[in-house]
Write a protein that binds this ligand. Structure first.
Ligand code: FES
Ligand SMILES: [Fe+2]
Length: 583
């Protein structure tokens, strides 16, 4: 792997922890220098909560530099010194860019110092000799908008990441507009688009294809057609025919593939062109169709959902979450939300909003006076292999409560898991597909098989008033998200203690964008089938069975549940109640 050199370098440097004192004026040299031959001397210039700025002087012998260059594609560890942690007592390593002077380097810290666990800090190098090259600044025409020189090689390959890192000198609590764009833009070739394309994304319900063969979909700015052919294969292909660009959403499916309605070219789910009627009539021996392909992405069915993978091969495994196998009545609801996906996902790690947006506001909407919801008194956020856990203590709970001991899951990279799943899939930069997968537990323990998982479209606006629907939990979330604007302007925020989880999420996103740019698998990628067998996710309340007497609960998450879905649930409930009574 290209980046292994960086990882092993981190490993050898872990033993040193006291190279740098976190106080202005502290010297950056000492006995540890022997372990850090690149660092000659330097001093700390300022320390803030999130950033230690140092002025190191370094020199790197050219052969060593070349060896490092061979090992690392994106970030070159030109400067390798350790920082005592500014937050959690862990150590870190600063990485420099040899092609920039002055340069911003990224400081990585973390208990295990693995790429997944690192934290970002920024530090500024103002003097130095890199790789034996005491260079002058590149000509101003090569500089970025903030006046720093652009690295000619790296900026050409990873323009956004490298430029933004140079420009953003702030501590991370408010974002520059460049960093905001990095989080929000998901089109092909964008860093976030590349990151999200490393995961299977749910884009439709299997049951939708009982009524139709093909539908237009737009995912991360790509216009596509999702179809099911007569042989039962699902395909996801370019919306436009490669012949003369006709709209394949109006094509028709055959046993094998989708045929364009304009001149009849036929494509299968792998992207192969199987038939060109007129061309083959005129040139039966011709090979033109072998030269034509349509963009095609793999599709898989699981848990009643159709999942698409828009990234490079080999695709990782589609996660096999244990909750998919829970006994219960399942349903899927999909909405289109007219705002950027990332503000939707930030909501997945925002515990305090529940008290206000859902509990208290619902009381206000119902005209209820009296005591409001128990207030939050403590929050905790942790990372794990598949995202984050957020934990809370409220005025009516203690640290013995599952809300604190277990917590709820912000599922990486674009989902909330609280017993049900809510994915936020970018349609494009100003609209998001909200895909909800829900389960109603059923009484008794008699076996229950659900023949099909219904998928319904959940409206977001009240047709009569034109206002957003505010009666259900996720509808209230939608109001908060769209209220932040089509793309939330994070340069205007004032983040507080309650936003620690949001800050963690953003930092992890930046780090995983870097990982993808460096050719690594990002967080949560599963490739080992042995690890993908009913993967457990923490859940508050466990997987309880419903009490038989009460009947199914009303569906509180989204407005617009069709009567037939409600009635199917009631029938399932009755069936299970009778079966459990008889057993
Ligand atoms: S445009 Fe599709 S076959 Fe001609
Ligand atoms: Fe919410």
């Amino acid at each position: 792997m290209r980046d292994r050199g960086g990882e092993s370098l981190l490993g050898t440097l872990r033993r040193d922890t006291d190279l740098l004192e976190e106080r202005p004026g502290a010297p950056v040299l000492g006995a540890e220098r022997d372990h850090h031959p690149f660092l000659e001397r330097g001093s700390v210039t300022s320390v803030s909560r999130m950033r230690v700025v140092v002025r190191p002087e370094v020199s790197v012998p050219a052969p060593a530099a070349r060896a490092l260059l061979d090992q690392s594609e994106v970030l070159i560890p030109a400067i390798t010194y350790l920082l005592p942690s500014t937050t959690q007592g862990v150590t870190g390593v600063a990485w420099g860019r040899p092609d920039l002077r002055p340069a911003t380097v990224m400081v990585l810290t973390g208990p295990a110092l693995t790429p997944r666990r690192v934290r970002n800090f920024s530090t500024t190098l103002t003097t130095g000799t890199y790789f034996g090259m005491r260079g002058s600044m590149p000509p101003s025409s090569h500089r970025t908008t903030c006046g720093h020189p652009a690295g000619p090689t790296l900026t050409a390959r990873y323009p956004r990441i490298s430029v933004v890192r140079e420009c953003d000198r702030r501590s991370g609590h408010m974002l520059s507009s460049q960093r905001n764009k990095l989080l929000c833009e998901t089109g092909p070739g964008t860093p976030m688009g590349e990151l999200l394309r490393r995961y299977w994304q749910p884009i439709a319900g299997v049951s939708e294809f009982e009524r139709q063969d093909a539908k237009a979909v737009r995912i991360m700015g790509e216009d596509l057609v999702l179809y099911r052919d007569g042989d039962g294969n699902y395909g996801l292909v370019d919306r436009h025919c490669p012949h003369r660009r006709a709209d394949l959403a109006y094509g028709y499916t055959e046993d094998r593939g989708l045929r364009c309605n304009y001149h009849g070219w036929l494509f299968d789910h792998s992207g192969a062109c199987l038939h060109q009627p007129f061309e083959e009539t005129r040139h039966p021996e011709g090979t033109f169709k072998d030269k034509v392909r349509i963009k095609a992405y793999p599709v898989a069915a699981k848990a009643g959902l159709l999942w698409a993978y828009l990234g490079p091969q080999p695709a990782p495994l589609l996660p096999d979450w244990d909750r998919f196998y829970s006994r219960g009545y399942k349903q899927i609801a999909i909405s289109e939300i007219p705002c950027n996906w990332f503000q939707c996902q930030e909501n997945s790690i925002d515990p305090v909003h529940f008290e206000w947006l859902h509990s208290n506001w619902s009381m206000v909407l119902r005209g209820q006076d009296g005591p409001r919801a128990p207030t939050h008194t403590r929050l905790g956020f942790d990372e794990f292999d598949y995202g984050f856990v957020y934990r809370r203590v409220r005025a009516d709970t203690t640290e013995d409560d599952e809300l604190w001991t277990t917590g709820r899951v912000c599922l990486w990279p674009n989902c909330l898991y609280v017993g049900h799943f809510e994915w936020r899939v970018p349609i494009d930069d100003t609209s998001t597909l909200s895909v909800g997968w829900f389960i109603d537990e059923l009484p008794g323990d008699a076996p229950f098989e659900q023949r099909r998982i219904p998928c319904w479209h959940a409206p977001v606006r009240d047709e009569k008033t034109g206002r957003w629907i505010d009666t259900h939990v996720m509808n209230q979330d939608y109001i908060a998200w769209v209220g932040q604007g089509a793309i939330a302007d994070r340069t205007l925020e004032h983040l507080g203690e309650s936003d620690r989880g949001v800050i963690m999420l953003r930092k992890r996103m930046f780090e995983e964008m870097e990982a993808v740019a460096a050719g690594r698998d990002p967080l949560g990628t599963i490739r080992d089938p042995a690890l993908n067998d009913r993967v457990y996710l923490p859940i508050v309340g466990g997987l309880n069975r419903a009490a038989p007497g009460a009947g199914p609960q009303p569906f509180v998450f989204l407005a617009g549940q069709p009567d037939e879905v409600r009635s199917e649930l009631e029938q399932a409930w009755q069936q299970c109640a009778v079966a459990s009574g008889a057993s």
